[in-house]
Design a protein. Structure first.
Length: 206
């Protein structure tokens, strides 16, 4: 894997802000307010189309930060298939670790076809207003529909370490496929959520 860039883009307090010290009574962890992840509204075109990050829909004005690594890699089967590629084909990736109120809450890696992403702002650590969906829209491949697959499981050792999970804490694995107006899959995104940090909220019609 060729990591091109590694930079933290900060939006608030550092990780130390997750603790509060009370004089004479020791140090206590601040109570963490669960993140309400409301779908499908958080992915609405009007959200990223007006230049807002998807995470803004989840966290509003809560202090947040993101570690970003971008580059190119070889597509594994679960990435290559939806993108219409052969396993081993080159793809652009964006790997992120999200922190809210100083606490690591989510890991996410997006994979995109090189013909849409190579050499574009999608490969920058800061992809610009509206993020990668806005950049895809500028090239005529903005997401029109999404499919998400969810499963709860116990974390892998690396996930436990990167999210600083307490023993016994499960994660929610979400794999998203984003499709443009022609039904082409333009992104595969796998997200790993700290199961104790999120409330998953879905609204849909009968």
């Amino acid at each position: 894997m060729d990591a091109a860039v590694d930079r933290r883009v900060a939006f608030g307090r550092s990780r130390r802000g997750a603790e509060v010290t009370h004089d004479g009574r020791g140090t206590f962890a601040r109570q963490f307010r669960p993140i309400r992840r409301s779908s499908p509204g958080r992915l609405a075109r009007e959200q990223w189309g007006r230049g807002e990050a998807i995470q803004q829909a989840d966290t509003a004005d809560r202090p947040r930060a993101v570690d970003v690594v971008t580059g190119e890699t070889e597509a594994v089967e679960w990435v290559a298939g939806p993108l219409g590629l052969s396993p081993g084909s080159p793809v652009v990736y964006r790997s992120r670790r999200f922190l809210v109120d100083g606490r690591a809450v989510q890991l996410a890696t997006s994979y995109l076809p090189v013909d849409l992403a190579r050499g574009t702002a999608i490969m920058h650590t800061d992809a610009g207003p509206g993020g990668i969906y806005a950049r895809l829209a500028e090239s005529g491949h903005g997401p029109a529909t999404f499919t998400e697959y969810l499963r709860a499981r116990m974390p892998l050792p690396d996930e436990t370490d990167r999210l600083a999970l307490s023993e016994g804490t499960p994660v929610v694995e979400i794999t998203r496929h984003a499709f443009d107006d022609s039904a082409r899959c333009v992104e595969v995104n796998r997200m790993i959520l700290d199961g104790s940090a999120y409330l998953l909220d879905y609204t849909f019609t009968a």
